[in-house]
Design a protein around this ligand. Structure first.
Ligand code: ATP
Length: 433
């Protein structure tokens, strides 16, 4: 059986992965085996109603076989899963979530939990639509009914969208995240993670990623809101994550859980021509820089990109910090591929990373022209207005100055810093895998 759950938390508290942790403990108590790692499946990062990272949680359970795999720990005791499923049991959705409903933040206006329980794995297309497009609760209910799934909606029940799309994920590319959880009486207390030990783990375990932002001195493994999560380490090897955890000095935690996840997969991105770009999707778009980048109010940097079908604005927002300098250095004529999420009005691609395919050379002025009549050095009349000879008054144009052609050699990939990274964005560090 697959249990999917989503939209249980609020911006100021709780976390759906913690609900997953509690459900796993309950399932084990009820005599079930957990099958494989639990999953944390990120969906369309541009849905307007997400709380934080649009993540859903999926747990597979039943009667398993094969060796025990450590997936977590509670108060020093190992939590294990089986590799394979032998057979399913019947299960009732209400029994499974009875004890965890109290963790749903139902009084928050934008929290609309959904829980789905299904014996059949849901169709794969549902995942791809969930991570790339917008779906409705009706779309999902049709699929759930066709697959004889049990489901439970709270309030407007939107959570069944994420819960179902999460269940339908078949990993093409997967990573893992080890999440540590605080004891319940510490959720709203001050917590501490030693940044130096995070830098140390970052250097020691190359299979981990997005641990620390050196440019902005930011400990990225620590959430910046008060949730049950103390920290989360991401990487491509679950065994290394467990070793990496030992390096971090922090407040005491009650337990940890390792999730298999689509974080860092770039699954949300679709190649599009400019005329086909739609709001609330994420795209890879290739084109030529058609207007020089400019800084706008709020510190965002924007440029225009064109292909044979149209023009679109691309933006590096203020939180992307030094990445904006790369964007500012683009020149008209550069050929680039922009990776990013699409905002509605005005239609703008919010850049997650950029690949510069061709950087055009630029002309750089090295000196004012010499007067063609008397040979003395000329002076500028004003920006864009040309030159005049101080001695004989002869005039010359802007183009008469001495220029050299400078190669820029900017070809390659550039990404936003860790502090501004989206969960689904594949870090360049993982680009070859
Ligand atoms: P996190 O657990 O990381 O904090 P989140 O809280 O940001 O995630 P949710 O609270 O899960 O995000 O809210 C996202 C909502 O959007 C959920 O109700 C989910 O079911 C719904 N949703 C997810 N994907 C889609 C989609 N493709 N189309 C429409 N709704 C979606």
């Amino acid at each position: 059986m697959y249990l999917g759950i989503d939209d249980t938390d609020s911006r100021t508290g709780m976390c759906t992965t913690y609900v997953g942790f509690k459900i796993i403990l309950r399932l084990i108590e009820m005599g079930y085996d957990i099958i494989g790692y639990p999953r944390l499946v990120r969906l369309n990062p541009n849905v307007p109603w997400k709380t934080r990272g649009n993540g859903s949680v999926v747990i597979r359970f039943g009667k398993g076989s094969g060796e025990d795999v450590v997936i977590g720990e509670l108060n020093g005791r190992r939590i294990t899963a089986k590799k394979r499923l032998v057979h399913d049991f019947d299960a009732n959705i209400d029994d499974l979530i009875k004890d965890v409903e109290r963790y749903f933040v139902l009084d928050e206006k934008n929290t609309n939990p959904g829980v789905v329980l299904t014996r059949r794995k849901l169709p794969q297309w549902l995942y791809w639509r969930g991570v790339r497009e917008l779906l409705t609760v009706d779309d999902i209910e049709r699929v759930l009914k066709a697959n004889e799934a049990q489901y439970k909606k709270y309030k407007n029940g939107r959570g069944i969208i994420g819960a179902s799309c999460g269940i339908s994920w078949r990993p093409k590319f997967r990573t893992y995240e080890l999440l540590t959880y605080l004891p319940e009486d510490s959720f709203y207390k001050r917590r501490f993670v030693d940044p130096d030990t995070v830098k140390k783990l970052d250097a020691m375990f190359p299979s981990t990623f997005d641990n620390y932002d050196y440019e902005n001195d930011y400990t990225a493994i620590m959430p910046n809101s008060t949730t049950p999560v103390l920290y989360g380490i991401r990487g491509t090897s679950p065994e290394e994550l467990m070793r990496a955890k030992e390096v971090v000095k922090s407040t005491d935690y009650e337990g940890f859980l390792i999730y298999e996840t689509n974080q860092g997969s770039d699954d949300h991105l679709v190649r599009r021509r400019i005329k086909d770009i739609k709001p609330f999707t994420s795209v890879i778009v290739r084109g030529t820089v058609s207007k020089k980048p400019r800084r706008i109010r709020g510190g965002h940097t924007i440029f225009s990109l064109e292909d044979s079908t149209g023009t679109v604005e691309c933006a590096a927002y203020e939180p992307t910090k030094k990445f904006r300098d790369i964007i500012s250095s683009l020149e008209v004529g550069d050929v680039v591929e922009v990776y990013g999420g699409v905002r509605g009005s005005p239609l703008t691609v919010n850049i997650e990373k950029i690949r510069i395919l061709k950087s055009v050379p630029v002309k750089k002025k090295i000196s004012n022209p010499r007067c063609p009549v008397c040979g003395s050095k000329m002076e500028s009349i004003g920006r864009g207005k040309g030159y005049r000879c101080r001695k004989c008054g002869t005039r010359a144009g802007e183009e008469d100055a001495k220029f050299i052609v400078v190669r820029r050699d900017m070809e390659g990939f550039y990404e936003v810093p860790v502090i501004a990274r989206r969960h689904l964005s594949k870090p360049l560090k993982l680009m070859k895998s």
